[in-house]
Design a protein around this ligand. Structure first.
Ligand code: PEP
Length: 255
């Protein structure tokens, strides 16, 4: 199983700043077999960065896409239009779910559009602080997996990545807490068991990433949690040196 280190830049950096960051990271990064590094800049930067990138070192991911392939959807970008630029697309990030009110149906359509277009969706799931407090974590995770993957066949399950991101651990959320490996471990077990129960086969080929306040000091511990195959990183991916430190630690702990 590969290890994935994915940086979600959210709505930061101009196209020029994105290019300078990429230039810096490309100079630092040395590729390692089995380690996949990706950055998710703003949509507007994907095309220019795709001309600059060295795909042996870094891949591109989109932060969002439309679930339709073309048509009268003003302001949207179809994943079919991103083909050739990106390898991955983040879908259902908690900011999309809660700030932009993305519904389960939209998320399901986006995941299916990615698979249909040969792009790997990174389906984000995770419970809020109050859901956790009320003991609803397992139900929320199972529900988000079932609805998000409703249009993905058993054969296509290995074309999907799941990112477990407890909303209460995302650094930009007010009062965010840093999750301890035990919190994550129990959720990863729920996710893997649910995939197995639903699809009736070993789901070891489905990568499951962790995301939430990851930084160079805690990434090693998160990466060694059984069943975790990589990290989705927000804040700490915005500084090229810090992101590269995480990549270097990933190389060591997954050796
Ligand atoms: C995210 O928003 O996907 C994320 C994981 O952010 P952070 O690393 O800043 O908590």
């Amino acid at each position: 199983m590969k290890t994935y280190i994915v940086g979600n830049w959210k709505m930061n950096f101009t196209v020029g700043e994105s290019s300078i960051y990429l230039h810096k990271l490309l100079k630092k990064i040395t590729p390692k077999k089995g380690l996949v590094v990706a950055i998710a800049p703003s949509t507007i930067a994907l095309q220019p960065l795709s001309l600059q990138i060295d795909r042996k070192k870094i891949r591109l991911a989109a932060q969002n896409c439309c679930g339709k392939d073309y048509g009268a959807y003003t302001g949207e970008t179809a994943v079919s239009q991103l083909r050739g630029l990106i390898d991955f697309c983040i879908i259902g990030h908690s900011e999309r779910r809660f700030v932009f009110n993305e519904s389960d149906k939209m998320i399901r359509e986006k995941v299916a559009a990615c698979v249909r277009n040969g792009i790997t969706p990174i389906l984000c799931i995770g419970e809020t602080e109050s859901e956790r407090a009320f003991g609803e974590t397992a139900d929320v995770l199972k529900d988000q997996i079932s609805t998000g993957l409703a249009d993905v066949s058993r054969e296509d399950l290995d074309k999907v990545i799941i990112a477990y991101e407890p909303v209460w651990a995302i650094s930009s959320v007010k009062g965010a807490k840093v999750a301890v490996p035990d919190d994550i471990s129990s959720s990863i077990d729920i996710i893997r068991k649910h995939l197995k129960d639903t699809y009736g086969k070993s789901t070891d080929e489905t990568p499951v990433l962790y995301g939430g306040s990851v930084n160079p000091s805690n990434c090693g511990a998160y990466l060694t949690i059984p069943g975790v195959n990589g990290l989705l990183i927000g804040g700490s991916s915005l500084i090229a040196d810090q992101f590269n430190d995480i990549i270097e630690i990933a190389k060591r702990v997954t050796a």
